[in-house]
Design a protein around this ligand. Structure first.
Ligand SMILES: NC(=O)c1ccc[n+]([C@@H]2O[C@H](COP(=O)([O-])OP(=O)(O)OC[C@H]3O[C@@H](n4cnc5c(N)ncnc54)[C@H](OP(=O)(O)O)[C@@H]3O)[C@@H](O)[C@H]2O)c1
Length: 341
């Protein structure tokens, strides 16, 4: 059995990791840590675990992490991970980091969007961007995985096949994205109070959201020329789920919906977590919540200049913990869907 630990175990992502890993037949959870006042049994923090799983959650301790685990999931806020990961990489540990600290290869871009100085820019190069559909081979060997952000996971998967087909213009991609408020984490914050979120719907960080450079970084690897993306995130008054409606300008108007569906089915034919919808059908949140699936549907017609792609994922699963476990499965040669179906 693989021995795994979770740092940031009391957060939304950490909690989902515990739930998935308890169902996983090839791993044991051997270590839990968070920014906690006193060592506390995890069943006291998440009551439904009482009598089912006993392990003390405590403040992070490097010696314990190294001696008790082979793999660590770091489900920490950005900047905290930046400090904690480098010394651990000197040990035998492999790490899946769920923060943004190692995702952006251009450190200056990271510093501009996250408004902090990067303390370990040399480590960034070592990290493999953990999107299995793109980097499965590199993930197998990786010591450090930079698990993708939630909005980027969906946007990249929804756009990439069309981008590489050469059927769309590079300068006019519009991503209209909506997320439930667990995307902001469990920490107390005015914007995610029930009375602020309930009965409301708003756009935020229009074209300045920190996930925008991540989307551009990954998609740009597959094209020549500059990509121009308009990215408009919105906050939905629901707990979880992301739905993105993406508008892509066609180069040739003759492309039909059936051509696009055929293209995506071929592109993702071996992917266990991507579901392509038939013509006239579109993803909805309730079909992906509590799953690791990424669902995609398409529309265009010969009079329209645009292709409309609608995608949905669970931000806490395919957008975070589910994808992290999918990466672990690949790293250790387990069945890729283990614990996730
Ligand atoms: N939420 C999402 O949909 C989502 C999706 C993709 C990626 N992510 C990324 O995943 C990471 C975790 O997100 P989250 O939503 O789970 O956040 P969260 O709910 O705020 O949880 C953060 C966790 O980190 C712990 N922590 C904070 N500072 C710490 C420190 N100095 N030492 C030890 N533990 C510390 C917290 O402990 P306490 O609770 O005890 O303070 C908590 O367990 C973030 O980097 C986030 O950007 C989140």
């Amino acid at each position: 059995m693989l021995e795994v630990g979770i740092v940031g175990a009391t957060g939304y992502v950490g909690e989902e990791l515990i739930k998935i890993l308890l169902k996983h037949r090839r791993v044991n959870i051997t270590y839990l840590a968070a920014n906690i006042d006193r060592p506390t049994d995890i069943g006291e923090i998440f009551g439904y675990l009482k009598g089912r799983f006993e392990l003390t959650c405590e403040l992070p301790d490097y010696k314990k992490m190294i001696s008790r685990c082979q793999l660590l999931f770091m489900a920490l806020p950005h900047t905290v991970s930046m400090e904690m990961v480098p010394p651990l990489l000197k040990s035998q540990l492999r790490i899946v980091d769920l923060s943004a600290d190692y995702r952006l290869k251009d450190v200056k871009t990271y510093e501009r969007f996250y408004k902090v100085k990067h303390k370990n820019p040399h480590i960034v190069k070592e990290a493999v961007y953990g999107l299995p559909e793109l980097y499965r081979q590199k993930i197998k060997e990786a010591k450090l995985i930079a698990n993708p952000g939630c909005y980027p996971t969906l946007a990249i998967l929804a756009i990439l096949p069309l981008l590489t087909s050469g059927w769309i213009e590079l300068d006019s991609i519009i991503i209209d994205a909506k997320s439930g408020f667990s995307g902001a984490g469990r920490k107390v914050n005015l914007d995610s109070l029930f009375s602020e979120v309930n009965e409301n719907f708003k756009a935020y960080k229009v074209n300045i959201h920190q996930h925008m450079p991540e989307i551009i970084q990954e998609l740009s690897r597959f094209v020549r020329g500059e990509l121009q993306i308009n990215f408009v995130p919105h906050l939905l008054p629901i707990n979880r789920g992301i739905l993105e409606t993406i508008y892509l300008k066609k180069k040739k108007w003759a492309i039909k919906t059936a051509d696009i569906i055929h293209l995506y089915k071929r592109f993702y034919k071996k992917e266990p977590f991507i579901r392509i919808y038939e013509e006239g059908n579109f993803p909805q949140l309730k079909d992906v919540i509590n799953t690791n699936f990424c669902d995609l549907g398409f529309y265009t017609d010969q009079k329209s200049k645009f292709i409309i792609t609608v995608g949905a994922i669970d931000n806490l699963l395919k957008g975070a913990s589910g994808q992290a476990v999918q990466n672990m499965n690949i790293m250790y040669g387990f069945n890729e869907t283990e614990g996730l179906l």
